[in-house]
Design a binder for this molecule. Structure first.
Ligand SMILES: Nc1ncnc2c1ncn2[C@@H]1O[C@H](COP(=O)(O)OP(=O)(O)O)[C@@H](O)[C@H]1O
Ligand SMILES: [Mg+2]
Length: 334
């Protein structure tokens, strides 16, 4: 590894983050969420954008899609005709009243049928007061200005705004979709890898493309090589193989071994939340009888809830293993 490091450092040194470098600039290039993306493509073609809300988990292409859409709609006028505000900007009532209103009133000459666009990224972090102030603005300037809101949960957007917008839903990307994109980047950046390394990245990303690309870049700049070990070191997540072994031990009736494995992870300093989310993700894809899997997931869910409530002791996690072991006994008896 040491032999390649000097060459690799110079190429990764102060590079732009890959998430930015490989951000699709056209709606058509956004991976996955076919329904959502094709709806946006239709809008791009029509040229007439309604007010829209893009809702879905992080790292699935919401911001990317809005920017690409605005770009396709407005082209060279983008700079003048787009106002972009995200969570790091102040977006209290005053800003909505002043900045947004001023922009909505601003005269920009656009080709027929086009509108100015106000992008409110992470709109679910806006206070409801600010959202209330927004709804009037939305209506008054609707013939010159359109709004595009992105958020994680649409329910945090007040009803009156929701009812004025078309809702476009995004969901987590599939492993295949993430893999496809990773391959593009890996080849473009000439990253040395083994397939298990990419698998590990996909596992840690859990449907979040931003995380996948960031983890890929972090692993590459840290180790110049992408394999399982390096990925889990960089991502600082419990190694799934250990967790898998733990579940396997429970299923084999080796409760003590399972607990020992758990303690090992705990002693390595992983938080109970990290451990239990990994347990959940392993379990989801584990090959076991369906009835048992459902019981296991249920118990894991309850344990997760208690951990979120603040009781994240080793005892709590051991208790989970005990519940799982019991579920297995009951399943055997049936
Ligand atoms: N569907 C996707 N297709 C291709 N790249 C994506 C996709 N989703 C996210 N990315 C990558 O992740 C980065 C962050 O995506 P972004 O659109 O900002 O996510 P969010 O849904 O959280 O707004 C982008 O710069 C891009 O590189
Ligand atoms: Mg975003």
């Amino acid at each position: 590894m040491a032999t390649t490091s000097s060459a690799a450092t110079s190429s990764t040194g102060f590079e732009v983050p890959w998430v930015e470098k490989y951000r699709p600039t056209k709606v058509a290039d956004v991976v996955g969420n076919i329904d959502a993306v094709s709806r946006l493509q239709v809008i791009a073609k029509d040229g007439n954008m309604p007010n829209i809300i893009l809702a879905g988990p992080p790292g699935t292409g919401k911001t990317t899609s809005i920017l690409a859409l605005a770009n396709e709609l407005l082209g060279p006028n983008f700079k003048e005709a787009v106002l972009e505000l995200n969570a790091s900007d102040d977006r209290g009532i005053d800003v909505v009243r002043n900045k947004i209103k001023m922009f909505a009133q601003k005269k920009v000459t656009l080709p027929g049928g086009k509108h100015k666009i106000i992008i409110l990224d992470e709109a679910d972090s806006m206070t409801s007061g600010a959202q209330q102030a927004l709804r009037r603005t939305m209506e008054i300037y609707s013939n010159s200005t359109r709004f595009a809101l992105a958020c994680n949960t649409s329910s945090k957007i007040i009803e009156p705004i929701q009812s004025r917008c078309a809702l476009v839903r995004f969901s987590r990307l599939s492993d295949q979709e993430i893999l496809g994109r990773l391959m593009v980047v890996v080849e473009a950046e000439k990253v040395p890898y083994v397939p298990e390394g990419l698998e590990a990245i996909i596992f840690t990303a859990d449907g979040d493309m931003r995380q996948a690309l960031n983890n890929l870049q972090a692993t590459y700049s840290g180790f110049q090589f992408v394999n399982q070990e390096s990925v889990f070191k960089v991502c600082d997540q419990p190694h799934p193989l250990y967790v898998k072994k733990m579940v396997e031990n429970v299923l084999d009736g080796k409760f003590d071994d399972a607990c020992a494995g758990l303690k090992q992870l705990y002693d390595l300093g992983y938080s109970p939340t990290d451990i239990i989310t990994t347990i959940f993700r392993i379990m989801k894809n584990y090959d076991m009888p369906e009835y048992l899997k459902l019981e296991f997931l249920k118990e894991t869910g309850f344990a997760h809830m208690r951990i979120c409530d603040g009781v994240g002791s080793l005892l709590q996690l051991c208790g989970l293993l005990a519940k799982l072991a019991l579920a297995r006994e009951t399943a055997k008896a049936v």
